[in-house]
Design a binder for this molecule. Structure first.
Ligand code: GUN
Ligand code: FE
Length: 437
């Protein structure tokens, strides 16, 4: 079998112990290398040692002086919203009604879904993101287009056909039975095909009737190992309306709990305005709050208390994400730049290593996939990104005064974008599109 030796400055957290900012828990190798075999990392370490393990035929790629990192992970995106990004709206509900729902209606056309799926994978790989957790549209064909493209690219993707049966245009509604049947069909067709994972995806409580929520619960019980994704507590008007629609529930989080959706591998987008009771319920269940900083700022939704929620007596597991198209950048580095600024406004610190942890191992842990992605540890899938912290004139100039790894990461986070992404490897294969959109 062909082998590739990828040489450069390796930086990665290690699977255990999993503690952000803990210097013992990450690997940094100035002259390091990865040996890739069968799409996996077969060896990692000092270049000379790894080279000694490679066969004579191994192809060698020298990325020095660039940083070699695990592929970035985005835990919440909307694949049908690539043409929604940068839409001018006052708040979440206006943005959904004015731009987002009409745009998602277009995905009734399979050709449109296939075109956007191609663009989606091109753009994510250009940004160094190798795994995303995506909402498709309500149309089953949109999920088919997404997973078919993922299979072609060889990516580890998580996606789901959105279930929604009220409070949206007719063209975006399924029914409790149809949502159930089509989700089952998507699972049977795509889950475990290549590296694809299917997520059970009720959009949020506003767009699902109690009858649909009950069907979602049935799916969650029938497929206890699947991811679940939905939205929670993003905006004050949204919270108020949601609680009116489910008057028996104690609060927004309790709606999902009543339908069995509060559990491990359940990803709750935003979760900004949780009460103490809700945060306790999240923590006890092992559910994940997915922080979407650019979206929260762009839509004016609020400041997610990342640090406060992590230092609770019962900490909530936090993942990070772009939330395209409510989010305003495809870049996970840009995303963490905004996360940093939100913590600044809250009087908290988010150090560069913590940010790096969140977009790699932290997200992998939240997805319960840390044995496969999120690190450069031996045995991991060879999803890798190569980053250049001196990619632009302004970055090069600032690099002259950088004296530590932490400063270099911070520079990448603050000034970096897709121009800093030198190469993206998917299962060991160089996959960064050369000509983007
Ligand atoms: N809540 C329900 N749907 C959406 C969506 O598409 N984007 C965001 N940001 N919030 C939502
Ligand atoms: Fe979202």
């Amino acid at each position: 079998t062909p082998e590739t030796l990828i040489r450069g400055r390796l930086l990665s957290f290690r699977r255990a112990p999993q503690h952000a900012g803990d210097s013992e828990s990450y690997l940094y190798e100035e002259d390091g290398a990865l040996l890739v075999r069968n799409g996996k990392i077969a060896a990692v370490g000092v270049y000379a040692d790894v080279k000694a393990k490679a066969g004579a035929e191994a192809e060698e790629v020298d990325h020095r002086p660039h940083l070699i990192l695990p592929g970035l992970i985005d835990c919440h995106v909307h694949f049908p919203q690539m043409q929604v990004i940068a839409s001018y709206a006052a708040n979440l509900l206006e943005w959904l009604d004015t731009y987002t729902f009409p745009e998602e209606c277009r995905f009734v056309e399979t050709a449109h879904a296939e075109r956007i799926a191609t663009q989606f994978f091109d753009e994510f790989l250009r940004q160094g993101t190798t795994t995303a957790v995506a909402y498709c549209s309500v149309h089953k064909a949109s999920a088919d287009a997404f997973f078919a493209e993922s299979l072609r690219r060889g990516t580890l993707m998580i996606g789901g056909k959105v279930m929604m049966d009220r409070n949206a245009p007719q063209g975006l509604l399924d029914t409790p039975q149809l949502g159930y049947d089509e989700t089952r069909a998507v699972i049977e067709q795509w889950h475990g095909k290549g590296r694809n994972h299917v997520a059970i995806t009720p959009r949020f409580a506003i767009t699902s009737t109690p009858e649909q929520m009950a069907m979602t619960q049935k799916l969650a019980e029938e497929f206890p190992d699947l991811h679940i994704q939905t939205h929670l507590s993003e905006n004050h008007d949204e919270i108020r309306y949601t609680c009116e629609l489910y008057p028996d529930a104690t609060d927004y989080t309790d709606i999902y709990a009543r339908y069995g959706l509060l559990r491990k591998k359940a990803l709750f987008g935003h979760a900004i305005h949780l009460s103490e009771r809700e945060a306790d319920a999240m923590a006890e269940s092992g559910a994940v709050a997915v922080h979407c900083p650019t979206s929260n700022l762009f839509l004016g939704s609020g400041l997610f208390p990342l640090k406060a929620i992590q230092r609770r007596e019962k900490p909530v597991t936090v993942a990070v994400a772009t939330d395209i198209g409510g989010g305003s950048s495809y870049s996970m580095f840009k995303t963490m730049d905004e996360a940093y600024k939100i913590q600044q406004l809250l009087g908290e610190r988010l150090n560069p290593l913590e940010s790096f942890y969140h977009m790699t191992l932290g997200n992998a842990v939240a997805l319960d996939l840390a044995d496969r992605i999120g690190t450069l540890d031996e045995g991991s899938d060879a999803d890798i990104v190569v980053m250049n912290a001196a990619a632009t004139p302004a970055m090069r100039l600032r690099m002259e005064t950088v004296t530590s790894l932490s400063e270099e990461l911070f520079l990448l986070q603050t000034l970096g974008d897709d121009r800093s992404v030198v190469e993206t490897y998917v299962a060991g294969k160089a996959s960064k599109p050369q000509f983007g959109l």
